[in-house]
Each structure stands twice: as structure tokens, then as C-alpha cells.
Write a protein that binds this ligand. Sequence first.
Ligand code: ATP
Ligand code: MG
Length: 294
Amino acid sequence: MVVDSALNQLNIYKKGKVRDVYDLGDNLLIVATDRISCFDYILPTPIPEKGKILTRISLFWFDLLKGVTENHFISADLDRLPAVLQNPQDKDILKDRFMITKKCKVVPFECVVRGYISGSGWKEYKNNRKVCGIDLPADLKESDKLAEPIFTPATKAETGHDENVSFEYMKQSIGEELSNQLRDVSIAIYKKADQYADEKGVIIADTKFEFGILDNKIVLIDEVLTPDSSRFWPKNSYKRGKPQSSFDKQFVRDYLELSGWDKNSAAPILPQDIVLKTQDKYRQVYKQITGIDF
Ligand SMILES: Nc1ncnc2c1ncn2[C@@H]1O[C@H](COP(=O)(O)OP(=O)(O)OP(=O)(O)O)[C@@H](O)[C@H]1O
Ligand SMILES: [Mg+2]
């Protein structure tokens, strides 16, 4: 289990909620830890192996999506690690949970695609029949499939919650041409992945991509189509008109909701059975998507 990778030989580039990112000059070393975040808080209890599962899922999709988008991935080979990490202790920490990637200038928007209406999209729709400024039909029920997937960007807030914004806002902030390109590639990725997942019995209700710019080109970065960045629903239990049980953090969310935690202070410790059930969910989704036992 890795909660904090603490590779003191390297300079830290960024510490995210889940990933420790180290600076390798032109490249980055991204380490997916076993930290879990919920309601934007890092929980005090990690989920063993989670970082490895997320890394494998992202690698799977990067490869499948090669024809649709460039991505930041360079290598996940232990032998390609810098010399200062070529020792058994560091290799043991990093095995199966790291990627060496291109270092990109991060686009300051989360590129969200929704194929179904759920979560914050459903909340907004109930208020004004719109999501991020997009008009939707009047008769939608919760969890309904949309006629076409929609692009609903959000700001990448440094602190606190990401905020849904209109496409107009995004265009004014980073320019029309780049915004159009990001929308088009996000929808194309979603469609390709959704078609694949559908054959495996998984619905991708919505998902969030991050992009960077390198040499004036758009590059898919961070993680892709993992249970942390997506709402996956098992196809065989899907029913419109209500919230769906999802593959991933549902046990954790439910536990936290019932725990009396105010979501405004340090999060409570998770009981062992919630940890194990959650770990099992991450394993299941990996198996269902890739066909391989974790
Ligand atoms: N190729 C890349 N170039 C530059 N920055 C990157 C690249 N890939 C990922 N990042 C950044 O590294 C960080 C990874 O951290 P992590 O995934 O834990 O996310 P976070 O910032 O806490 O937010 P979230 O949970 O919303 O993903 C993110 O800030 C991400 O934007
Ligand atoms: Mg991230």
C-alpha cells in the first residue's frame, strides 16, 4: 500500500488528491497512490491497490484511444526510471502505479462529457431544464440517456469544488478555436469508449477528461475513464427515473452520508468492511472493462 510516495530524491511538481507528481525536466513521473477522495476531501483511510488499478485502467484506455487522441504517456517500464530510483525499495513503491509522461501546459478546464443525465447535471436540469447552458428536452427523467452526448465543461478550482460553466464562458477564457477542438475530441473519445464499454456491460454515464498543450498540440493527460473520473453503471441493473448504483465509491459516499460528518472538517476513518467492499468494486470494474482479473 502507498499513501505517500515520498520520493525525496526527486523534486515534487504537484501533489494532487490522489497522485504525487514529480518533475523529471521535460517529463513527469506520476505516481498513483492509494489515497481516496470523496466530496473533495482526501479520506484518512486509503484503499489498498487502488492506485495500481487506476493506473492499469488508464493505460488500457490510452492504448484503445490512440487513433482518437494523442496522450501524455511515455513509459511504465521500471527500467526507464531515473537512476536515483533504480533500487529495490523505490521500485517496490512504484511498481504498477507509475507513468513517465510528457510534461504539458494544463488546460484550466475539466472537459466533462455526459451521455446520461445524473449528478450535478440532474440537479441543474431540475432547476432550469439546462445543463451548463445547454437546453434539454422537457421530459427527461433522472438517469435518462441523452439523444446525443453533451460537453459540459467545469473550471479546475485550485481549492474547493469545481464549478460547471457554459461553453461560452470557456470560449471567452481560452479562445474559440481551442474550445471547439477540446469539445470535439472529448465527444469523440466518449463515443469510442462508450461503444466499447457497452459491449462489456458497462454504461459510461459521464466522464471528465483533462488535456494539456504541448508543441501547440492537444494532449490527453492525467487519468482517463477510471472509476475516479467517471460515473460507470452496470448495464444489467440500469433503470431510468432514479439514481443508479455505481461501480465505484458508492459504499464510501453512503457511509460518509450516514456518519454524521459535516463535510467541512477532517473526514472520518472508514471501517474495514467499507474499505474491502470498495477495493472489490475497483477490481470488478477493471475486470469488466479489460476482461482481465486484477
Ligand atoms: N502530463 C501532464 N502534464 C502536466 N500536469 C499533469 C499531467 N498529467 C497530470 N497532470 C496534473 O497532475 C495532477 C494529478 O493529481 P490528481 O490526479 O491527484 O488530481 P487533483 O488535482 O487532486 O484533482 P482531481 O482529483 O480533480 O483529478 C493534476 O493536477 C493534473 O492536472
Ligand atoms: Mg486528477
